[in-house]
Design a protein around this ligand. Structure first.
Ligand code: ADP
Ligand code: MG
Length: 258
């Protein structure tokens, strides 16, 4: 299974330092949540692993190889992305969207082979969306669309999944469906999350960013203490055990209301 490392990654945009010397390792099969206030640099850090932004210092490495020493195609075979607000221009069927994940695995004009079909069907099964294979992607609910985009990532057969706030704009049940699915898949996963309770109840470890820096990383229930949540997010927090799941949970409240 794939591993991902950020080694002292710094990123400047228009000569402003957006990410400062972030070192973080995502071990094979591990699900790591990246949390931090808006503008703390989560998406920017993730983009360095997509091979979209070239760091001004340090490197993002997939299985020990600097993503900038690999071609875009090689990187696309190793990591798959699910970003927020994915808009697909034309009308595609669900199956066509998932089949797009095969692109980095094929020649320019190569047609889909038997194996491509098998992988696409398997990916549709994995996200429980085969029933919708012929539906137009744009007619699905937000949660269903997100599951299809995860299927597209699975069809890429990359060992590493990188997601940027994959539960945004989803209703509560659809949020859990996406997170349950990610856990069930068991791939090496790095996901930015804005809901601290999701981070604490789903992730093996959580990395906290503030102002472009990595503040801390560790087991969620040890890292997301009320003190840290107050300092980084400016809200009050209670960390206890969820009465239904028995897993850790975080409830937050406005400082002004208590
Ligand atoms: P997050 O994902 O944690 O909300 P981002 O990585 O999107 O944070 O943004 C971090 C900071 O970088 C923000 O202050 C944002 O305005 C700035 N930033 C991000 N992309 C650009 C860009 N292309 N040009 C200028 N500033 C940017
Ligand atoms: Mg972001």
């Amino acid at each position: 299974m794939t591993r991902l490392e950020f080694e002292g990654v710094s990123i400047d945009i228009a000569s402003t330092r957006i990410v400062s010397e972030v070192s973080l390792r995502v071990k094979p099969g591990e699900m790591v949540g990246l949390v931090g206030p808006n503008g703390s640099g989560k998406s920017t850090l993730l983009r360095s692993a997509y091979r979209v932004l070239r760091p001004s210092g340090g490197a993002a490495l997939i299985d020990g190889e600097n993503v900038w020493s690999l071609t875009a195609r090689e990187v696309a075979r190793r990591r798959a992305l699910v970003t927020q607000h994915t808009v697909l221009g034309a009308e595609f069927s669900v199956r066509e969207v998932v089949a797009m994940g095969r692109t980095p695995r094929k020649g320019m004009i190569e047609r889909d082979g038997e194996r491509d079909h098998q992988v696409v069907e398997q990916a549709l099964d994995d996200v429980h969306m085969r029933w919708a294979a012929r539906r137009s992607f744009s007619t699905l609910s937000g949660g269903e669309q997100q599951r299809v985009l995860i299927a597209r990532a699975l069809a890429q057969e990359a060992g590493l999944l990188i997601l940027d706030e994959p539960t945004n704009h989803l209703d509560v049940r659809a949020q859990f469906e996406v997170l349950d699915l990610l856990r069930q898949l068991g791939r090496t996963t790095l996901t930015a999350l804005h809901d601290l309770d999701h981070a604490v109840s789903y992730c093996d470890r959580v990395a906290v960013m503030a102002e472009g820096r990595l503040v801390t990383v560790g087991v969620p229930a040890e890292v997301l203490t009320p003190e840290l949540v107050h300092d980084v997010f400016g809200v009050r927090a209670v960390l206890d055990t969820h009465p239904i799941t028995g897993r850790p949970r975080i409830a937050v409240a406005s400082v002004a209301r208590c």
